[in-house]
Design a protein around this ligand. Structure first.
Ligand SMILES: CC(C)CCC[C@@H](C)[C@H]1CC[C@H]2[C@@H]3CC=C4C[C@@H](O)CC[C@]4(C)[C@H]3CC[C@]12C
Length: 887
């Protein structure tokens, strides 16, 4: 039922007709109880026929409900803690305990009318996917049913309130009076904030200002308790109440009538709107005309309806009808409401002005405090003697590097390092910041060189054969390091000494713009709440024309940072900073890439990427199918990089969490230091409606081993969850610690923009190419990854992704062909798997070997290491290799 309705919406067939009243909320409870208890299911939202007069169905003011629930800690895998939750008027807020709640020390709060709630009775889990994040909750046995019931009734009442407003003007006043402090945090504000609607009217900008102010105030309340902010808080509560009232009351006489007409507009815009065809990007003013009427006034009523319908997929097209009908009825009370609303708006403006002035004063005091603190910091920093010994302007490397590196330990001084460096070009960047090299290419013609495919195989043999002989038998990290150090001079030759260097002009745009996507993501995902999605076959239009192996290679976009780190032989701390910047930079491309997912590589698929201009060669292979695991290895004169990764994907109702499991390894050849770090979680919010955005959170810890010194450094980087409270997004902060736990450097920044160590910018993301929104949000480097260069073709194995036909068809914009081929290829893969199973065979990767971790049940911790045979074999045209035919 739900599905068909959603489909109808997606097919633009909104049926404007009344439906008979649905079951009461108690019936819905019963329905819910009939669901299998060991499965996740979603609490149904406002249903057909839930009309304002339908008093039986909607409890207008469900009773306050409070109590303790276990809440999963924000950092993944860190257990549960007991928290006090308070559910009033559809707003769920929580604090550490009841005392804190009474003192208003809230940890968070959300409007559950705007959330998707899913439950799993067998484990008493309740997950709330809200605009302020996902709450994973677990109730006590005796409380579970009551919580579910309370959440359901509050949610219905709240949705009802949002859709229809309170039934009379008086009710609105009552609601206004009864709004408690926590409604300050209501995601009503959050929603405004997230949607970042264009500010065309003064009212709208005030609303945004109010959002900002209330978040700032909460920060101040937490951090500057000695400042007199009580009064401001009071005013903010009032302001927030007014805002809520203004928002929920019908906008004006003309806004009432077009509600139904707007549904038509909605149908139309749905097809054309970039937002709704799941092509998402961060531009803020795109849908200006759609969100505003001719006079530039925001279409509040329409926004609310369409928001409800998509954000709450459980609301059907009929609900829209009902909402529209209710809005029309509300016109009868028009004059009363409009009058009250005008008064409220005046009050709002006055109050906002007062608060503005108050904040100015506060801001000034804080600036004074900050200024004093900064003075202290600066003097401390000046006194620090450790400085980057290497000067960015000295990274001028000559192209005539013969790379034969006769000496064992060639990297003993930074001067020598410069001579040995792989660069065939000169950096001309400001400060130490690193931009995408691809971007640099754009500016300077012919600066990139591709290793000639028919280079002498000796170049490779010398490096990899020796490595392979030792690394296969070496199991522990230490021995791997020894291995690298021993052949480091040989590895220096790896892909840089080419007899004939060929200037390659790489492409700067994809062959075709991304296709429009009108599939119903919701109908695909709704049955899979809480599940790992790797097994679901998705339509090809959800994909971008890159696969996961290529995305792993994309993590090397800012590999210059590794070269810089390698150059800092004598400065472990600065080296660690560069490693940190590199680890952070690998997430930056995700910012514009929320609209699509990469292709899942087929089992045995490989991807190589030889980049002489960047100084590395990369090889990746899909080594396991269930679970899907990708392994990769890259080496350069300065470093070796490898990782294996499996991705767990969880869908929570409105958002999707992507949890990569695996460890990234980098060995810097000159200092022989080995760095390891974990991966962190990516979450795509607003999958169905609103501005889809990606949040990356968790703690990334880089450890250094084997630098030959006793004092081994650790760098802890925290990727903060986007927070309404602090108004922050994409922020990271971290510190480098010595083995005694003393902090020796701090970093901060944003994973999508830049990283600073003190006031020094150590990395900055490259600018995006023109018109990137129409091209999957690809960076310049990403555009280059799937390009099949003629000279390379004869050297690639048949399993190389660049020969994959469905991906190529998608890249060329031929969606239908891509779709047909994709399902054929997946079908063939299933058949191969079946065959293997019946023959009792197991798949063995060609280029990586599995090291069992000893725990049979935990495949996630199996490690795949490079067997060092790929490049040798490639030089011999993969002679004797029996490739699976993948396409
Ligand atoms: C339904 C669709 C549209 C949702 C889109 C999901 C996208 C955003 C997901 C699917 C697979 C994900 C990627 C899987 C693996 C990695 C490698 C990791 O080291 C960095 C994050 C990164 C690169 C993820 C980024 C986000 C990602 C691309």
């Amino acid at each position: 039922m739900m599905e068909s309705n959603v489909n109808e919406i997606n097919n633009n067939n909104i049926i404007l007709q009344q439906q008979p009243a649905m079951a009461s909320s108690i019936d819905i409870d019963n329905q819910q109880q009939q669901q299998p208890s060991n499965k996740w299911h979603i609490l149904e939202g406002l249903k057909n026929g839930h009309q304002p007069s339908d008093k039986k169905t909607i409890e207008h003011k469900p009773p306050l409900f409070t109590g303790y629930i276990l809440k999963r800690r924000k950092r993944p895998l860190k257990g549960w803690h007991k928290r006090y939750f308070h559910l009033d008027s559809g707003i769920l807020s929580y604090a550490k305990n009841i005392n804190d709640w009474q003192k208003r020390k809230l940890h968070g709060s959300t409007d559950i009318g705007l959330s998707v709630i899913s439950c799993k009775p067998s484990s008493r889990r309740i997950d709330i996917d809200s605009d302020s994040g996902i709450f994973h909750l677990k109730a006590k046995k005796e409380d579970y049913n009551q919580w579910v019931h309370a959440l359901r009734t509050h949610r219905l009442a709240r949705q009802h309130e949002i859709a229809f407003g309170s039934s009379t003007g008086n009710d609105n006043h009552a609601a206004l009076a009864s709004i408690t402090e926590d409604s300050i945090n209501s995601s009503f504000c959050l929603q405004q904030n997230r949607l970042k609607s264009p500010t065309t009217s003064s009212g709208q900008s005030l609303i945004q200002k109010c959002d900002k102010l209330s978040s700032q105030s909460s920060l101040l309340l937490h951090n500057q308790s000695n400042l007199n902010v009580g009064k401001i808080q009071e005013k903010l509560i009032k302001l927030s109440s007014l805002l809520k009232f203004i928002e929920t009351a019908p906008a004006n006489a003309s806004a009432c009538v077009p509600c139904i007409g707007d549904l038509e507009t909605y149908k139309y815009t749905k097809k054309s709107s970039k937002l709704l065809r799941f092509h998402l990007h961060r531009s803020k003013n795109k849908n200006k005309s759609k969100d505003h009427d001719q006079n530039g006034q925001p279409k509040f009523s329409l926004q609310q309806q369409s928001f409800l319908s998509i954000s709450h997929p459980s609301l059907t097209d009929d609900d829209l009808t009902t909402a529209a009908a209710a809005a029309t009825t509300a016109c009868d009370n028009q004059s009363i409401t409009t009058m009250t609303k005008n008064v409220a708006m005046k009050d709002f403006v006055q109050l906002a002005n007062e608060i503005n002035n108050n904040f100015r004063q506060l801001l000034k005091s804080i600036q004074d405090i900050n200024y004093n603190e900064k003075q202290d910091d600066d003097s401390e920093e000046r006194s620090k003697s450790i400085r980057i010994s290497f000067d960015k302007s000295t990274v001028h490397h000559d192209a005539d590097d013969d790379g034969d590196g006769g000496d064992e330990d060639v990297f003993t001084s930074s001067e020598q390092q410069q001579q040995q460096s792989p660069y065939h070009r000169t950096y001309s960047m400001d400060e130490t910041s690193v931009m995408s090299i691809s971007e640099y290419h754009d500016a300077e013609d012919n600066v990139g060189f591709l290793g000639q495919p028919n280079r002498s195989s000796d170049d490779y043999n010398s490096s990899s054969s020796s490595a392979s002989s030792s690394s296969i038998e070496d199991e522990d990290d230490e021995s791997i390091i020894t291995d690298f150090s021993e052949d480091s001079h040989k590895q220096n030759n790896c892909c840089l000494k080419s007899e004939q260097l060929l200037a390659v002009k790489r492409r700067t745009r994809l062959p075709s713009v991304e296709p429009t996507n009108d599939i119903s993501l919701w109908s695909l995902l709704r049955k899979n709440i809480g599940k790992d999605l790797s097994k679901i076959s998705m339509p090809v239009t959800i994909n971008e024309p890159l696969n996961l192996l290529q995305r792993l290679c994309e993590e090397l976009e800012y590999c210059e940072l590794l070269d810089m780190a390698a150059a800092m032989i004598d400065d472990p701390c600065q080296r660690m900073l560069m490693m940190a910047a590199f680890a952070i930079s690998s997430y930056s491309s995700s910012y514009y890439r929320v609209g699509h997912k990469p292709f899942n590589p087929l089992l045995g698929e490989t991807y190589e990427c030889v980049r002489d201009d960047k100084g590395f060669r990369f090889i990746g292979e899909q080594v396991s199918h269930h679970p899907p695991i990708s392994a990769c290895h890259a080496d350069s004169k300065n470093y070796v990089f490898w990782q294996d990764m499996r991705v767990k994907t969880k869908f929570w109702g409105k958002s999707m969490e992507i949890i990569p499991i695996g460890t990234v390894n980098v060995v810097l050849r000159p200092s022989k230091s080995h760095y390891k770090w974990n991966k962190i979680t990516t979450c795509v919010h607003n999958l169905f409606k609103g501005e889809r955005y990606v949040d990356i959170y968790g703690e990334l810890t880089i450890t250094e081993m084997g630098n030959g010194l006793n004092d081994q450094l650790t760098c802890k980087i925290t990727f903060d969850k986007a927070s309404y409270w602090s108004g922050s997004q994409n922020e990271i902060h971290g510190m480098v610690m010595n083995s005694r736990g003393q902090i020796i450097e701090r970093i901060r920044g944003r994973w999508n923009e830049s990283v600073y160590a003190g006031s020094r910018c150590i990395w900055r993301a490259g600018t995006m190419p023109d018109n990137y929104e129409a091209y999957y949000g690809f960076t310049r480097f990403a555009i280059e990854l799937n390009e099949l260069i003629d000279n390379e073709k004869p050297w690639l194995p048949p399993t190389d992704t660049r020969f994959r036909t469905d991906q190529r068809a998608l890249e060329e914009g031929d969606v239908q062909r891509a779709e047909t081929i994709k399902s054929e290829l997946e079908q063939q893969q299933r058949e191969r798997r079946k065959m293997q199973e019946t023959n009792g065979e197991t798949h063995l990767p060609l280029w990586f070997s599995k090291q069992l971790n000893g725990n049979k049940n935990d495949e996630a911790t199996d490690i795949y290491t490079f067997n060092n045979q790929y490049w040798d074999s490639r030089a011999n045209h993969f002679d004797g290799i029996d490739f699976v035919r993948l396409w």
